[in-house]
Each structure stands twice: as C-alpha cells, then as structure tokens.
Design a binder for this molecule. Sequence first.
Ligand SMILES: [Zn+2]
Length: 199
Amino acid sequence: MAGRDRTIETLIERLNRLPGVGPKTAERLAFHLLRVEQQEALELAVAIQDVRAAVKSCSVCYQLDASDPCSICSDASRERDMMLVVEDPREVARFEEIGFRGVYHVLQGRLSQLEGIKLEDLTIAALLRRVEEGSFREVCLATNPDLEGEGTAQVLAEKLEKSGASLTRLARGLPAGSSIAQVSSSILSDAIEGRRPLS
Ligand SMILES: [Zn+2]
C-alpha cells in the first residue's frame, strides 16, 4: 500500500506466504506484532530461528527431529519390521499419540497432478530402497483417505508389490475425504486396528 513503510510491507508479504494466511490476515498479524511488546514479537522470530537450526529431516524416515537418525529410528524397542507410510510429519505425531510402536516413513507430501507433485518430489525412492533392503513384515500405506492420498497409496502398492512385505491400508472406518491429522484419536485407533490387506 502506498505510503506504508517498506519493512511493514515486507512482513505482510512474508506472512501472506504462510499456508492459510490471506492478505487480510497477514495485515492483521503484522500490525499485531507491531503493537505487542517488542520482546514478545522478537521471541517469535527467535523461536523460528531456533526450530530451524535444531530440527532436521531424519535421513532414514524423513520425520522432523532434533537428532538424526531421529528418536524413533534409534529406539531399539520399536517394532522395526512394521512400517507406517505417512504423508506428513504431523501425522507421525498423531500415530505416536495413539501408541503406534512400529517405525515410519514420511513421504513429505503426496502425488498430485493438480499441484504438479511427482514421484521424484517425494521420498519415494528412499522408501523403495528402505523396504527392499530391510526386512519388513508389514508396510501400511497410511496416506490420507482422499483422492490424492488413495492415488498415492495405489502407486506405492504397485511399486512395493514384489517387496515381500504384506501391504496394508488403514481401515475404511476413516471418513472418506477426511485427514489423518484431524480425525479423533479413537477413530484413528480403530483405523489402525482394522488395517486391511491391499490386493
Ligand atoms: Zn527417523
């Protein structure tokens, strides 16, 4: 906007790039940060800096953690022959909440024609290598129960068909079109209890 300080415009523009933050909200947040105590605003900046410096993608499962391999991959008490393949690190947190004891593989997204997300944009090559080289009893393709999640699971199932691991999908009890990050813990527990074999 004409006449407004360039640094304010930059902050609004940066906030506007965040998912779910439109220009109006970005403007509101920017002016909020200008109104609160300087210390409080700076704490947000420091928190962003700290988390980016401390947290990395695990080189084995690609979930976010302060250590590499992550605390799950390096935990000897986990069931190492049971793998849950998820789209996003947030979903790891959900399955941890309900007491899943296997290991994970985070795809860092899902295949999407609409968004132009292809095989090589995800951690699929690493997943295939991991399953081929490991001795997994079961690989559960726990992508979201929506069009793109189902499509991604189907592609993965074809690629893992000959791996020797039994391939499963979460139970159909998950409402179609819902997201794993948002369903209740009890629905998620039921979905993992009732996993169904693919093919
Ligand atoms: Zn890991």
